[in-house]
Design a protein around this ligand. Structure first.
Ligand code: SAM
Length: 325
């Protein structure tokens, strides 16, 4: 087989080629081309593509926080995926998914990016609604789990730092982050990158832990320190008053902020932290019980004065269209 034919059938190349226009070198901000199973920038940096088709953009210059998170998630990836598979966790997540889905437009989502994608949660949730999807995460073990579950050639996965995205300017119609913002301490850099990669008129959808209600703030201060699956130095739930100026500073306009999850979330959604919670899967009718708790939580967090007191925020921010000249 000639070298050219070999390149044509190289699955690593086939996985990345349809996404070339959406990528750029994180070091120089310049376009990339394929060369012998790697992505190469004009300046000569080479970014290898791993056997599973994940392109590796992790350089020596990634942020200190990203390095900590990379080691952390590479270590806990298997446990993380297992914890999300319990029936009560799935049932409660379905409720939160619905809250996010109600924010999406009826039309298609275009080209989407999921930042801190882990196992590709958003990509899965909006399957069939996008043209192409790119997932970026710092942990290769999380990305391998994502690639295993999502073989669709319209989805690419990249290993990269959310504060130095290997993605092109103004290339994406929609950006998603589900449980990723609170892992990135440098919110100015993160939101700056999201604004940069969005097209004018593009939307940023997020769902994150939020601690605007004092009891949750206090509880999390403890939990983040004692849980082996959380890292209190690099993980920080959102606060409304802190987040809005960072979004605005990046040029994004917040259009929706509503919280969900209360006592039911506390009990049923922390199987990584509350070991006894894992035993709930053996309770007969646990799915029905969970649904009852979602209704209770929904009732509480939709009361007047309580819409910002939940444990998870679902938000939407928009990159304004350029003002007409
Ligand atoms: C709580 S998980 C959520 C992932 C996804 N929503 C899921 O459920 O699979 C957070 C993810 O953020 C990633 N992460 C943390 N810091 C990051 C950074 N600076 N750049 C890219 N990914 C990061 C971690 O590797 C992890 O996969």
């Amino acid at each position: 087989m000639s070298p050219d034919a070999a390149t044509l059938v190289d699955p690593r190349v086939a996985a990345i080629r349809p996404f070339l226009d959406l990528l750029r070198s994180p070091a120089r901000g310049t376009p990339l081309r394929l060369d012998n199973g790697a992505l190469v920038s004009e300046g000569g940096e080479r970014y290898p593509i791993e056997e599973s088709g994940v392109a590796l953009f992790v350089e020596s210059t990634i942020s200190v926080d990203a390095k900590v998170q990379q080691a952390h998630y590479d270590r806990i990836a298997d446990a993380y995926v297992t914890n999300l598979g319990y029936p009560h966790t799935r049932e409660y997540t379905a409720y939160l998914d619905q809250a996010l889905l109600t924010q999406l437009p009826a039309t298609g989502l275009g080209d989407i990016a999921e930042i801190c994608c882990g196992r590709g949660e958003a990509v899965e949730l909006v399957a069939g609604r996008f043209r192409r999807a790119v997932g970026v995460d710092i942990s290769l073990n999380m990305l391998k789990a994502a690639r295993k579950d999502h073989q669709d050639p319209a989805i690419a996965f990249l290993q990269g730092d959310a504060t130095r995205l290997p993605l092109a300017d103004g290339a994406f119609d929609s950006v998603f982050m589900l449980g990723g913002i609170h892992h990135v301490n440098d919110r100015a850099a993160l939101f700056g990158e999201i604004a940069r990669i969005l097209k004018p008129g593009g939307r940023f959808y997020f769902r994150e832990p939020v601690s605007d209600f004092l009891p949750w703030l206090a509880l999390r201060a403890i939990i983040y320190r004692i849980s082996p699956t959380l890292d209190h130095l690099t993980e920080r739930p959102l606060r409304y008053q802190e987040t809005v100026p960072y979004l605005t500073g990046a040029g994004l306009t917040l259009s929706s902020w509503r919280t969900y999850g209360f006592i039911g979330f506390c009990l049923l959604m922390n199987s990584d932290v509350l070991i006894f919670n894992r035993l709930f899967r053996f309770i007969p009718g646990i799915r029905g019980i969970t649904r009852a708790f979602t209704r209770l939580d929904d009732w509480i967090t939709s009361r007047r004065g309580w819409t910002r007191r939940g444990l998870q925020v679902v938000g939407v921010a928009e990159k304004p269209r350029a003002a007409a000249a």
